[in-house]
Design a protein around this ligand. Structure first.
Ligand SMILES: O=C(O)CCC(=O)C(=O)O
Length: 285
């Protein structure tokens, strides 16, 4: 018996590589998460950028709770079983009327994971629609093997290397993943997807949370870490990550710095980019 998804939704994920929308929390709770983020941004005087967009669940208690949200985990368990790691999380924030975009890509390209049993839960803090740069997906493309990508390092591309699939994507075959605040979409790590700029008068904010069963391994870096969010880890393929005891706890800030450095070495391997804040890299800036 599935815990949250219907049989039809599970079938859709298997056949088409995505499911949306799935309600995670009431709209008011998602707007409260947005307010938390924007309070931090007001206090620091700038939009969240660079390293802080990467694995922020290790820095903020309210995101540590989100990656452990029972409804998200129930849905992920319906797809990948009861022993689950959160490998990563990333804020995808598009400012109002901004040129930021995401090129057509498969997530699996540079993550270094040994097999494509990985799903992203993209949780909406604001509406995501065709007017403000919602994701679009190519249904069924998760069945492709790994497709060749080229790195563009395009200035406004939110991906780390501005990577894009080296084949033409016919936009007429793609579908939008429109969400209301508090809803999520689920997409497979091999699904070809991307998103256009936000032409609206408000920000578009989502947290993409990457989940996988504990059996997956990292094969591109000597060491990697992940957060056990449900069940038991009988494989120990990833160093365990603790939950932050408070927002920006100094020990967690230091751990996040070390983990981010290691992740940069995996994600930017073969380039000379040294950090998410490095102007030579695209993405998450
Ligand atoms: O937020 C977006 O527009 C794109 C997100 C994305 O590429 C991802 O979650 O893998």
């Amino acid at each position: 018996m599935p815990k949250l998804l219907s049989k039809a939704q599970i079938e859709r994920y298997r056949e088409e590589g995505f499911v949306a929308p799935v309600r995670v929390m009431p709209k008011a709770e998602a707007l409260a998460l947005r307010a938390q983020l924007e309070r931090f941004e007001r206090d620091t005087g700038a939009p969240l950028k660079g390293d802080l967009r990467h694995k922020p669940h290790l820095l903020f208690t309210w995101l540590a709770a989100l990656v452990r949200h029972p409804r998200i985990l129930d849905a992920v368990e319906d797809l990948y079983g009861p022993d689950l790691l959160c490998w990563s999380s990333s804020f995808f924030i598009k400012e109002r009327e901004s040129p930021a975009f995401v090129s057509w890509h498969q997530d699996s390209t540079y993550w270094g994971l040994d097999r494509p049993d990985v799903v992203s839960a993209w949780v909406a803090f604001t509406p995501a629609n065709t007017g403000n740069g919602a994701m679009r997906v190519l249904p069924g493309s998760h069945r492709f093997d790994q497709v060749a990508h080229r790195d563009t390092f395009a200035k406004h591309n939110l991906l780390t290397r501005g990577q894009e699939v080296a084949v033409e994507v016919d936009e007429r075959q793609t579908a939008p993943l429109e969400l209301e605040p508090g809803e999520m979409s689920l997409h497979h790590v091999r699904l070809v997807h991307g998103s256009p700029p936000n032409l609206s008068e408000d920000r578009r904010i989502g947290l993409a949370i990457r989940y996988m069963p504990t059996t997956v391994r990292q094969i591109a870096g000597s060491e990697d870490s992940a957060t056990l969010v449900r069940g038991e880890d009988r494989f120990g393929n990833f160093a365990p990550e603790p939950a932050p005891p408070g927002d920006l706890d100094p020990a967690m800030v230091e751990l996040h710095r070390r983990i981010t450095e290691r992740n940069v070495r995996i994600l930017y391997r073969g380039t000379n980019v040294e950090s998410f804040n490095d102007p030579r890299g695209a993405g998450l800036r």
